[in-house]
Design a protein around this ligand. Structure first.
Ligand code: ZN
Length: 160
């Protein structure tokens, strides 16, 4: 998801996004005077700021309750917010399609992860985690089968 669209989601939910240097955190979500604010550390890298935005939006949609000012740092909520961020920034179907499309080039796994990280505007670390997750999705078995068959085809072992 492009940053413009991501910021648009905040606007639609009535959350004001504030970019400023934060010393001890990459961001946070807070409620004040009936309004919601998302703080993002402006000194973080571009991809890190995008992740923070997606993560905090996850907290807002999954955990925020009106009238309650909460700090979201409980491990389960953190995992859920990260999962939300991953699904928003790196949708499963899109990443599988792109990963598969790269198979025609002689890139190794590390190179493919770097290319996809750039494409999806996330960190290489976030992409690596996502690729691992995606490979655990049953549908990827199908993709693996397809890739395997294509290799066989190219090698000339196609069944008659
Ligand atoms: Zn969090």
């Amino acid at each position: 998801m492009k940053t413009e669209k991501l910021l648009d989601l905040f606007a639609r939910n009535g959350i004001k996004v504030i970019f400023r240097p934060l010393r001890y955190s990459s961001g946070g979500l807070l409620q004040h005077g009936g309004n919601w604010y998302c703080l993002v550390s402006s000194t973080d890298s571009f991809v890190r700021q995008r992740w923070t935005l997606a993560h905090e939006l996850g907290h807002y949609l999954l955990h925020a309750r009106s009238g309650v000012c909460s700090l979201f740092d409980e491990p389960t909520q953190e995992r859920e917010a990260n999962k939300y961020a991953a699904e928003l920034l790196i949708p499963v179907d899109q990443v599988i399609a792109c990963w598969e499309a790269l198979n025609i080039y002689p890139y190794n796994k590390e190179e493919k992860i770097k290319i996809l990280a750039k494409e999806f505007e996330v960190s290489a670390q976030a992409m690596e985690i996502r690729i691992k997750e995606v490979n655990n999705v049953p549908s990827s078995h199908l993709v693996n089968c397809i890739c395997h068959n294509l290799c066989l085809d190219r090698a000339g072992y196609r069944a008659r």
